[in-house]
Design a protein around this ligand. Structure first.
Ligand code: ADP
Length: 407
């Protein structure tokens, strides 16, 4: 009702008035009654001024009481921590006095009132908690393989008065996985470049050997290999550059309307002009009117090119490659089907990973970089496309992307 100081003043004033009235009272009984009444009233006012005990569900019942104001027992803190995705734990000494929902979910409901060293069962945590606050102790500790093997969390603590502290846990597993992916990517890219580079250097050395065979036919063969390997490297570098450019633009949605039918038509026309005989097997089916989507022309052309050339590479020679554009379920859909060996179901979920190949030897034989479908996936995502790869072993594959139409 009142704060503590006001209540005290009111209570004292009440007692003072009662004392004056008692002094003026005609008999002793009335004076005693007046003083008793005032005493009760003052006690009631003071009682109401004492703050209520915290009622938050996650405040451990066994928390030692304290007269000092505690951040951990403030209802506002419990509300705020309850909305946090990271686990928050409050302790007094080593006893857990507070845990938000995320902490209870991670460590179990039994942690309220438990010893923090048993609540967080990790050797690094126990050691760090014992030293926390001492000079030279790091601000943060890494909990490797916590709570399960392969995961990593970090733990930080903020000291509060009266031997209380707030402990915050953060999940670093996803960051670690992204970092691992990045370093794997660099290692894979280096390996992919090293193989053709070694072949080029080997053949150049052979050609430079003064005692070597100067047979012109052999020379031509070696030069052809050098050219093929150099082109493989060139394609790899171009694909790597594409991936990094598309990734950099990932969050920038295209805003200009582009006619997807026109882009795919141009891509097919360009392929037909090449000396790849398979390009003549492309059958393009599209409506006559434009099919606008919000897009980046160069990236959409690259997406169509990568899927169509895969069908050319992996489809059986002489069989048709059907490139179809249609409006379906309120979206604009591009689908490319081929007749070939198809892809085993186990490979399907991994085909869009960088450098993943269903058939390693075949991919290398046809000059594949293993990046084509990873690029397709990134371009599709940037255009809010839905990528679908369906395949039947021995029959063939159908890769489709459906985009929202431009309004
Ligand atoms: P690559 O450069 O090796 O073709 P992609 O990322 O384009 O790499 O494709 C990944 C793998 O998916 C290929 O190595 C191949 O094994 C498989 N693949 C892709 N498209 C087809 C297809 N149309 N038919 C059969 N296999 C395919």
């Amino acid at each position: 009702m009142f704060d503590r100081l006001s209540s005290l003043i009111i209570a004292l004033t009440l007692i003072a008035i009662a004392a004056i009235l008692a002094a003026l009272a005609p008999d002793q009984a009335l004076a005693l009654a007046l003083l008793t009444l005032a005493g009760f009233a003052a006690a009631a006012i003071l009682y109401l001024a004492v703050p209520a005990a915290p009622t938050e569900a996650h405040t451990a019942a066994s928390a030692p009481s304290s007269s000092a104001p505690s951040l951990l027992r403030h209802p506002g803190f419990a509300r705020w921590a309850g909305q946090e995705a990271d686990p928050f734990i409050g302790t007094r000494g080593n006893v857990v006095t507070f845990a938000n929902d995320a902490a209870l979910e991670l460590l179990g409901p039994h942690i309220a009132g438990a010893d923090i060293r048993t609540a967080i069962r990790h050797p690094a945590a126990a050691e760090w908690l014992a030293d926390a606050g001492k000079p030279g102790t790091p601000q943060e500790v890494s909990l490797v393989d916590f709570p399960r093997p392969g995961q990593r969390w970090t733990m930080r603590a903020a000291a509060l008065p009266e031997d209380e502290r707030i402990i915050i846990l953060s999940d670093r597993s996803a960051i670690d996985a992204a970092e691992r992916m990045r370093s794997d990517f660099v290692a894979n890219a280096s390996h992919e470049l090293r193989t053709p580079l070694a072949a080029i250097l080997g053949y150049v050395e052979t050609l430079q050997d003064p005692d070597g065979d100067a047979d012109p036919a052999l020379r031509r063969r070696f030069l052809a290999i050098i050219e093929r390997e150099a082109r493989r490297m060139q394609q790899l570098v171009l694909d790597l550059l594409s991936i990094s450019r598309i990734e950099a633009d990932r969050f920038r949605r295209p805003t200009a309307p582009v006619d997807l039918a026109g882009v795919v038509g141009d891509t097919v026309a360009q392929l037909r002009e090449t000396d790849d005989a398979r390009a003549q097997d492309i059958v393009l089916t599209r409506p006559d009117d434009p099919m606008p989507i919000l897009g980046d022309t160069a990236q959409l052309a690259q997406l169509a090119h990568n899927i169509i050339t895969n069908a050319m590479k992996y489809g059986r020679a002489g069989t048709p490659i059907i490139v179809r554009l249609e409006r379906t379920s309120g979206r604009v859909r591009l689908s490319i089907s081929d007749e070939g060996d198809g892809i085993a179901p186990a490979h399907l979920p991994r085909l869009t990973e960088r450098f993943y190949r269903a058939d390693e030897a075949r991919s290398r034989a046809v000059g594949g970089t293993g990046l084509g479908l990873a690029i397709v996936k990134h371009i599709s995502e940037r255009h809010q496309g839905q990528l679908d790869i369906a395949s039947e072993v021995g029959r063939g594959s159908c890769v489709s992307v459906s985009f929202p139409p431009a309004q």
